[in-house]
Ligand binder design. Structure first.
Ligand SMILES: *[C@@H]1O[C@H](CO)[C@@H](O)[C@H](O)[C@H]1NC(C)=O
Ligand SMILES: *[C@@H]1O[C@H](CO)[C@@H](O)[C@H](O)[C@H]1NC(C)=O
Ligand SMILES: *[C@@H]1O[C@H](CO)[C@@H](O)[C@H](O)[C@H]1NC(C)=O
Ligand SMILES: *[C@@H]1O[C@H](CO)[C@@H](O)[C@H](O)[C@H]1NC(C)=O
Ligand SMILES: *[C@@H]1O[C@H](CO)[C@@H](O)[C@H](O)[C@H]1NC(C)=O
Ligand SMILES: *[C@@H]1O[C@H](CO)[C@@H](O)[C@H](O)[C@H]1NC(C)=O
Length: 595
């Protein structure tokens, strides 16, 4: 029965079968691209080359570092009916992320080319499509929409941020700074291609008018009514049949990421809309790494560093101002006698007033406790302006520092700052003798035996200075206030040699007399020369001061200043010497010793 089937019925059934399969199944046979739209590229029918890759997030990344080229081609080629290029339109969403903000040295492109082999092409400005010898050759048969992020004068680029239409080479037939015209105001807004922000580009070719229309907008914005620019080129004279559609991303020496997020294309009609809510996420890693490292961490690190340096400098300056000293080469040999200012500063708690022991003609004296040895010291600050004679003086101070005598206040060492000399002495807990003699601060009156002991001690100390040491040391300022009392109320001579600081290095004409009025020997006033004898005169005055409990310049009944020495001499001549003895002693004294 089947054999008797009419052949026309067979043909009829075959036709039915073919028709039921529908026209779509015929399409692969002709391999004709009519239209497509991709939001993300995971399932896209594309071929990758070079550095291009589809990220797990469906993002088509053309490049990922510097000096590389990446390509993505639509697998199926374009066929043009009868050889003439039909109208077509396309749209894509892209992003350019430069490692260095606003700086990149390449670009990316959409192109229609006769083949997929760009093995001889160069990266950077050549967009991975040409090299110096192929650039501009008519047999390239290539149509390019360039997104150029590098202004190359060689290719007559208008700037480093433009969209251009190129035919067969890199010199655009038309280009325009990236941006868009506002629908309402028609004002132009620049867009920075390599801002890293995704943007959408539309390109339409009308075969009737050979017009090419390019429109750019930030992602998410509606396609602006006014295009970025329009140009004309009869692509039938350019493109071959078949041709391939694709993208190239070409970074130069600066690492730049060129990515495509979505892509649509259509022949003879508008390109399908890209579903922008379904686009892949941009790989911000590169940019974020940069923004983290360079934009956040770096400024913070820099700020921190600068602050740290500032604080360090401030502290150093502070420290220098607080602890700064003057040190010269010749002082090296005096090392053991040299105190650091810091040590003394700490010992006296910053020279606080509560530690002040007294302020004399030469400067203030503070009590201190040395930080390491816990030794109690008296720290004397002496101001001096000139450095002249300082070396000699320090030499003397140090040699005096080697003096050891039980009736001398031991000089422990010194320190030097600008305009300041600091001397460190043993601490004398009972203060200076004059306070006891002249009834200051409720000190008890000293008995005759005590006074006699003190005077004897000072005499011993002075004798040691004058005679028993290798050098003759002239004290120059013997007086009750320079006699200090130690824990056992022994009198000890202090401040020796200090007067020399003010008496030094000056010539005879300008020598000014140093010492204290009332204690000055008459010949000292005449010659201005200090000698052991002038010390002895001062000691004599001191002796009378102790015995009489009177200041060397006493006020007599008529309120006139009178020299203690002259007053005592007068009484001596009159045979009334014992009347001069301190009334506070209330006759408790040895008459023989007093005479
Ligand atoms: C760039 O991509 C290639 C694969 O195409 C990969 O081997 C390379 O590690 C990537 N480089 C960077 C810096 O991501
Ligand atoms: C591309 O062309 C070059 C010659 O220009 C050839 O050596 C190479 O094999 C080609 N590559 C492919 C993938 O066809
Ligand atoms: C330029 O490219 C062509 C074709 O890809 C290749 O044959 C040629 O060697 C290249 N020239 C240079 C200088 O690289
Ligand atoms: C837009 O870009 C052009 C060319 O780079 C520049 O001359 C112009 O000043 C820019 N305008 C604005 C508003 O940034
Ligand atoms: C474009 O060029 C082709 C081939 O040269 C020609 O047939 C066609 O008429 C041209 N189109 C226009 C609009 O000039
Ligand atoms: C766009 O994609 C989203 C998410 O996949 C989907 O929900 C939505 O329906 C799509 N819109 C269109 C117009 O296809």
């Amino acid at each position: 029965m089947a054999a008797k089937l009419h052949p026309s019925i067979l043909v009829y059934f075959m036709c039915l079968m073919i028709l039921s399969l529908g026209p779509n199944h015929l399409a692969p046979c002709t391999a004709q691209v009519q239209s497509f739209v991709y939001s993300g590229f995971q399932a896209a029918d594309i071929i990758l080359d070079g550095s291009a890759m589809v990220q797990p997030g469906r993002l088509l990344q053309l490049t990922n570092s510097s000096d590389i080229i990446g390509y993505a081609f639509h697998r199926a080629p374009l066929h043009f009916r009868g050889g003439t290029v039909q109208s077509f339109s396309l749209s894509f969403v892209f992003a350019v992320q430069s490692e260095f903000d606003k700086e990149s040295s390449g670009g990316m492109a959409f192109f229609i080319a006769p083949g997929r082999n760009f093995s001889g092409a160069m990266p950077g400005s050549f967009l991975g499509l040409f090299n110096a010898s192929t650039n501009g050759r008519p047999d390239n048969h290539i149509f390019v929409v360039e997104l150029d992020t590098f202004g190359n004068g060689e290719f007559k680029d208008i700037d480093s941020n433009h969209v251009g239409i190129d035919i067969n080479g890199l010199i655009s037939i038309e280009s325009h700074t990236a941006g868009f015209y506002d629908d309402d105001t028609s004002s132009f807004t620049n867009l920075s291609l390599n801002s890293g922000d995704p943007m959408q580009l539309w390109v339409e070719y009308d075969a009737q008018t050979t017009q090419i229309v390019s429109t750019l907008a930030p992602l998410g914005a509606a396609k602006p009514r006014r295009p970025l620019f329009t140009t004309t080129a009869n692509l039938s004279d350019v493109l071959q049949n078949p041709s391939f559609l694709g993208f190239s991303g070409s970074s130069g020496s600066l690492s730049t990421l060129y990515s495509v997020l979505g892509w649509s294309f259509a022949m003879d009609g508008p390109a399908p809309a890209i579903n922008i809510t379904n686009l892949p996420k941009l790989l911000r890693a590169h940019r974020e790494a940069r923004s983290n490292v360079l934009e956040i961490v770096l400024p913070i690190a820099t700020a921190t560093f600068i602050t740290a340096v500032g604080i360090t400098i401030f502290l150093l300056v502070q420290r220098h101002r607080r602890y700064g000293e003057l040190r010269e080469d010749w002082e090296v040999e005096f090392g053991p006698h040299r105190f650091s200012y810091k040590e003394l500063y700490q010992a006296t708690e910053g020279f606080k007033d509560k530690n002040l022991l007294g302020a004399g003609g030469f400067g203030k004296v503070h009590k201190g406790v040395l930080p390491v040895s816990k030794l109690e010291v008296a720290v004397k600050k002496v101001s001096h302006e000139s450095r002249q004679g300082m070396k000699e003086f320090i030499t003397e101070v140090v040699s005096i520092g080697r003096l050891r005598h039980r009736y001398l206040v031991q000089l422990l060492g010194y320190c030097r700052r600008k305009d300041e000399l600091i001397l460190v002495y043993e601490y004398m807990p009972n203060g200076s003798l004059d306070k006891y003699l002249h009834c200051e601060e409720d000190k008890p009156t000293l008995g005759w035996t005590q006074r006699f002991g003190i005077v004897k001690g000072i005499a011993c100390g002075l004798f040691y200075l004058h005679e028993n040491w290798e050098k003759v040391v002239i004290h120059r300022d013997i007086k009750a206030s320079n006699v200090l009392l130690d824990g056992e109320m022994n009198g000890r001579l202090g401040d020796f040699g200090l007067a020399r600081l003010y008496d030094h290095g000056t010539d005879l004409q300008t020598t000014h007399v140093v010492g204290t009025l009332g204690y000055l020997a008459p010949e000292l006033l005449r010659s201005g020369k200090a000698s052991p004898l002038t010390d002895v005169f001062a000691f004599g005055t001191f002796l009378l001061e102790v015995a009489c409990g009177q200041r060397p310049i006493k006020q007599d009944n008529e309120d006139k200043d009178a020299m203690l020495v002259d007053w005592v001499l007068e009484h001596w001549h009159n045979g009334t010497l014992l009347q001069t003895v301190d009334t506070k002693l209330q006759c408790n004294y040895e008459k023989d010793e007093a005479s």
